[in-house]
Write a protein that binds this ligand. Structure first.
Ligand code: 3PG
Length: 334
């Protein structure tokens, strides 16, 4: 598995050269598998192929797969794996006997079991920042859609002069601030892990707590990762602090929302709206209860642009080539 016979043809080769004159070398080619249930744009796949083939590796594609079996089969002889939100758990790592590296072409790596990867001696990396503008643009798009009453023909409101609370000031949060400022919004941000100076330098007012952020923001845009600490952390107590007409925009992860408490709050407050790029577990229920105050994209669309696919996909391919050729582990997360 993973070995390929390469036939080299002697210089004097012509169609009549007998087979016995050919010599054969056994060459082990690295196999890079791109496993994407939600595929990259074709142009991004072409870019990934160019990078990996220039390095002498073989590229395999598993796109739009519908069962875990297909992934388990495809990873069995892969040396490197590029994924998006695809689940890479212990079973996948167990099946991937040759695997040395997984690169999550994107920011959040909550879909990868880091401890299991470490146990299997597999390096995990992400490609921070590569798709962040795409996600930020979608966040603003969702805001416009919501404040214009989901384009139902009635008068909505404008974003100009409204206060936007940016919950976490990483790569996406910074792009959201830049675009929101173009709309004439006032931006606040809360991020326990980001120095206040970075926010101030971007023209954003740092606030000292999540409570203060929610209390002062007409709209809150979520950019926190899904971790044990953030799971269910966006709850009724926090959301209830938002002023009348509050709008929550989620382009981060569904796991950070306490859905039961969000429903309670929306039942209590007829003014509260929720728009998300990550379909909640209780999508049907929320849609039924609040048809005029809720919207979810059918499939996560934030990073679904040709540009983001090219940036993140090619960065992933380059990181793999760099890892195999120089041992570079700059973006390792495990
Ligand atoms: C990310 O974490 O990079 C974004 O959520 C995009 O995820 P996707 O590649 O699955 O669209």
């Amino acid at each position: 598995m993973g070995c390929y016979y390469t036939y080299r043809v002697p210089k004097s080769y012509n169609k009549t050269t007998p087979q016995s004159v050919f010599y054969t070398t056994l060459v082990k080619k690295m196999k890079i598998l791109v496993a994407t249930e939600k595929p990259f744009a074709r142009v991004a796949v072409d870019g990934i192929r160019k990078e990996t083939e220039a390095a002498g590796y073989e590229l395999a594609l598993l796109e739009k797969y519908t069962s875990k079996e297909q992934l388990l089969q495809a990873v069995s002889d892969a040396d490197a794996l590029i994924v998006r939100s695809d689940i890479v758990d212990n079973e996948v790592l167990e099946a991937a006997r040759q695997l040395k590296i997984v690169v999550r072409a994107g920011a959040g790596y909550d879909n990868i079991d880091l401890a299991a990867a470490t146990n299997h001696n597999v390096v995990v990396m992400n490609t921070p920042g590569q798709n962040s503008n795409a996600v930020a643009e979608l966040a603003l798009g969702l805001m416009v859609y919501a404040v214009r009453n989901f384009y139902n023909g009635t008068s909505g409101t404008e974003l100009k002069d409204k206060t936007l609370g940016i919950h976490a000031f990483g790569n996406v949060g910074r792009n959201v601030a830049r675009i929101a400022q173009g709309f004439g919004m006032r931006c606040l941000a809360y991020d326990a892990y980001c120095p206040a100076e970075a926010m101030t330098a971007a023209g954003v007012e740092p606030v000292a707590s999540a409570e203060e952020l929610y209390k002062r923001s007409d709209i809150v845009s979520l950019h926190i990762p899904a971790t044990a600490e953030t799971q269910n952390s966006i709850n009724r107590a926090l959301l209830g602090l938002m002023p009348k007409g509050g709008l929550l925009v989620n382009t981060a992860r569904k796991e950070v929302i306490n859905e039961a408490e969000l429903i309670e709050l929306m039942q209590e407050r007829q003014d509260f709206r929720y728009v998300t790029d990550i379909m909640p577990q209780s999508d049907n229920r929320i849609r039924e209860l609040f048809p005029d105050r809720y919207f979810s994209t059918p499939k996560k669309m934030g990073a679904q642009t040709a540009e983001a696919n090219i940036n993140a996909g090619i960065a992933a391919a380059r990181q793999i080539v760099d890892f195999f050729t120089t041992g570079n582990v700059r973006f390792k997360v495990n």
